[in-house]
Design a protein around this ligand. Sequence first.
Ligand code: FAD
Length: 400
Amino acid sequence: MTSDPERRGEAALLQLTVGDDHREIRDAVRRICARFPGSYWRDLEAREAYPADFVAALTQAGFLGALIPEEFGGSGLPLRAASVILEEIHACGCNAAACHAQMYIMGTLLRHGNADQKQRYLPKIASGELRLQAFGVTEPTTGSDTTKLKTRAERHDNVYVIHGQKVWTSRALYSDLMLLLARTTPVERVTKKTDGLSVFLVDLREARGRGLEIRPLKAMINHNSTEVFIDGLEVPTENLIGVEGKGFRYILDGMNAERVLIASEGIGDARWFIAVATRYAGERVVFDRPIGQNQAVQFPIARAYAETEAADLMVRKAAAMFDAGAPCGAEANMAKLLASEASWHAAEAALQTHGGFGYAKDYDVERKWRETRLMQIAPISTNLILAYLGEHVLGMPRSY
Ligand SMILES: Cc1cc2nc3c(=O)[nH]c(=O)nc-3n(C[C@H](O)[C@H](O)[C@H](O)COP(=O)(O)OP(=O)(O)OC[C@H]3O[C@@H](n4cnc5c(N)ncnc54)[C@H](O)[C@@H]3O)c2cc1C
């Protein structure tokens, strides 16, 4: 198993289940989601509110601690199980974006934190007592060019003093902790631009009002996104994760899991769109026949179904490789790319199938359509995935 194209010809045995794997998890997630119908999400959106009850239900069921090892109070499940949880949430018409980060952000702490940090935070994250759902990477002026980020952290004795600004920091207003990426050595003083960046675990409860301010950011969807302004925030040195200057590597390290999990949400969205479009195409009668009898209505749904099944295979392959400990950067990125496009094509087919009613909020199609569009932009845009595949997997010249 490798991402290296020259060795791709080598066969590898990979266990991959097709069909409804992790049946018990799927059933349990469906039971929870049945308590949170479309009206719940519409009401939240109208109030720009956080789905606290939904997040509490998932936490109580242990789903958000799925990837935390049992020794720290989590369920210690494989990535594929977490992927199934998120897929089902989205296939039920719900949205895991309010809390999915609780599943994977902690991976940085788990893999690179010291024993004290893990013992201090992971059990509380697993139980839901502490929310680690905010991830401060993106900045307004540097965007996808992460290594150029301008947030600076300078060490003064036993604290780091941080200045800078983050944008699109989702859930920061509803999170106790935030992982923050900041530059500790100026880019001009490092040999590789990926060096000199560090990751901090910021306790937002202590930080707000003491050098850190969070402002909600109005967006196309109810994503609880914010802008974070940092001016002289003091973070204890004990909250540095791993080694100073190696933070970019730690963040990259967590990306494969993140890509697979977000891709799973895309698969779930696609399944929801295909189900509602198929049902509506069969029920809606115009010109004395169900609209689904017209191939112009039927075929886009059928095509989206085929694309979803293909993307799902890539998601399963990436998860299986991740769980087997194999390098899976190419597969995780392809899974995210293909799932985000399959879900978008399914969304388009569903909206078009519903005609004018696609615009009616009560049908939830327009909400899910807006929500699933995000996957082509965040947490990484399609172009950046293609650049990764072109340059790192296929070995073509670098564009940046
Ligand atoms: C709702 C929402 C929630 C988010 N949540 C978070 C969060 O919690 N934490 C966080 O850190 N960030 C978050 N983000 C930010 C998200 O990760 C970024 O928006 C995304 O990575 C793209 O960065 P950008 O918006 O700065 O786009 P830019 O980097 O400005 O890019 C703009 C466009 O140009 C293209 N582009 C740029 N450079 C190239 C190139 N070299 N080649 C080809 N195309 C290129 C991009 O693909 C993109 O389409 C969120 C964003 C949104 C919208």
